[in-house]
Design a protein around this ligand. Structure first.
Ligand SMILES: Cc1cc2nc3c(=O)[nH]c(=O)nc-3n(C[C@H](O)[C@H](O)[C@H](O)COP(=O)(O)OP(=O)(O)OC[C@H]3O[C@@H](n4cnc5c(N)ncnc54)[C@H](O)[C@@H]3O)c2cc1C
Length: 395
């Protein structure tokens, strides 16, 4: 009998499961992806919007070609999971008119909605949220771009919250992109750029030394092991009471999984899994997680999200008993962090690093010299994900 597989989230992990499962299970599964938006916008190259090296048309894809393959889509926001009765509730997406509070039943549920940026525990955040802009979301990244391309003097504060948060190097990428733009505009000497990090070093630790060296060359100040606990009109307060002024604030809020996961008893801040390889909820055999929403002992990034999607798919394939080969997958990746351009040319250089979690302790590697070619490699890597999981760029 055909099994109904419902996937929450049409991002890297959700679409990873949808394609991988469809490819191996074919007609044995009826796959429905429930996702908020009618399009997907990639994450990794968002910092390059600041330096005008990336454009939205290369970052956005639709779901039509995945639907052509037989994957079903519901565009709406999941508000509740009822794991005891095997259904999810979806609120309509105004542009696609699904009924409000539609109930969608499943035989298997994969929960892959990514993260929520939650500043609610920071004093003054609710009142002053609009003074802050980061590379993490469309819209806000444009605000940040506008601010760094128009300001002539001031203090920039970039902030990374405590791990785990999505994309470890993105705050350092932001600081270096801001430096590059200010240098390009010839105004960098009128600015203080401060990176405040709640962790004991800039993330990820494997490239902390490269980031620090780059910061020294760029004159960026680094403050570690302190959180931002308050945001005011033109200042932030750190956990040790120090008050820092800002004119431009790029503060990544602490991350967590969407609330409906905790409300369904599937985890606290993150979806609890049995192990990184067995992504089922410890409470329900038919509810699995994938991607950034899962509680994994690894960084939250696209490669790990995709690998977790393949592990989740393998578990589903085993359960379906179709006798097909599982996907060959392990937790290991090669990544690149944008580290700006010290001369102020709008040609970002990147550092390449790798982490292999199949060894104990995990094996880090890197080429410590930032290079232009790594930025180009990262672009190819990102486009290949978009081409595979969504569709090739149509010119
Ligand atoms: C600025 C930035 C830089 C990054 N840089 C890198 C990098 O250099 N390298 C790297 O490997 N990774 C990077 N990442 C991280 C990478 O994008 C994520 O780790 C990856 O997208 C996680 O996949 P996911 O499927 O868990 O989440 P996503 O890809 O975010 O997908 C989640 C989907 O679920 C949908 N959704 C959420 N809530 C609901 C709901 N209630 N109902 C319905 N749908 C919902 C969302 O709209 C979204 O489509 C970066 C991310 C950002 C934002």
């Amino acid at each position: 009998m055909t099994k109904r597989v419902v996937i929450i989230g049409g991002g890297i992990a959700g679409m990873g499961v949808a394609h991988a499962l469809k490819d191996k299970a074919g007609e044995a599964v009826d796959i429905t992806v429930i996702t908020k938006d009618t399009f997907y916008m990639t994450g990794p190259s968002r910092p390059l919007l600041l330096t005008n090296e990336q454009s939205y048309d290369r970052m956005i894809r639709g779901y039509e070609e995945a639907a052509m393959k037989g994957i079903k889509f519901v565009f709406g926001t999941v508000t509740r999971i009822d794991p005891a009765n095997r259904f999810v509730e979806v609120k309509e997406n105004p542009t696609r008119g699904t009924p409000t509070a539609e109930k969608i039943e499943y035989d298997y549920l994969v929960v892959a909605p990514g993260v929520v940026f939650d500043g609610s525990k920071i004093e003054g955040y609710r009142e002053h949220w609009w003074r802050n802009a980061t590379v993490y979301e469309p819209g806000r990244v444009d605000v940040l771009r506008h601010r760094i391309w128009t300001a002539d003097k001031g203090t920039v504060i970039v902030y990374a919250p405590k791990q785990p948060y999505r994309c470890a190097p993105a705050p350092a990428e932001t600081a270096m992109a801001i430096y590059t733009v200010l240098k390009h505009r010839g105004v960098v000497d009128n600015f203080r750029i401060i990176h405040v990090d709640a962790n004991d070093k800039p993330q990820p630790p494997v490239i902390a030394d490269v980031i620090k060296e780059r910061y020294e060359q760029a004159g960026i100040e680094l403050i570690t092991s302190r959180e931002i606990v308050e945001v005011g009109t033109d200042y932030v307060v750190l956990s040790d009471g120090e008050k820092l002024p800002y004119t431009i604030l790029a503060m990544l809020e602490p991350n967590r999984a969407p609330r409906f996961i905790a409300e369904a008893g599937l985890g606290d801040n993150w979806f609890e899994v049995r192990s990184p390889q067995d992504l089922r909820s410890p409470k329900y055999d038919d509810v699995l997680a994938a991607g950034d929403a899962a509680k994994l002992p690894f960084p939250k990034n696209q490669e790990i999200a995709y690998e977790s999607a393949l592990f989740a798919t393998n578990r589903l394939l085993e359960d379906l008993g179709l006798g097909v080969e599982p996907y060959s997958v392990q937790y290991a990746f090669l990544g690149w962090a944008y580290l700006g351009n010290l001369e102020g040319r709008l040609e970002t250089e990147s550092v390449q690093f790798g982490l292999n979690f199949t060894t104990k302790p995990p094996k880090p590697s890197k080429d410590p010299v930032p290079k232009r070619e790594y930025t180009i490699q990262k672009d190819k890597w990102e486009q290949s994900y978009l081409n595979r999981l969504f569709h090739p760029k149509h010119d």
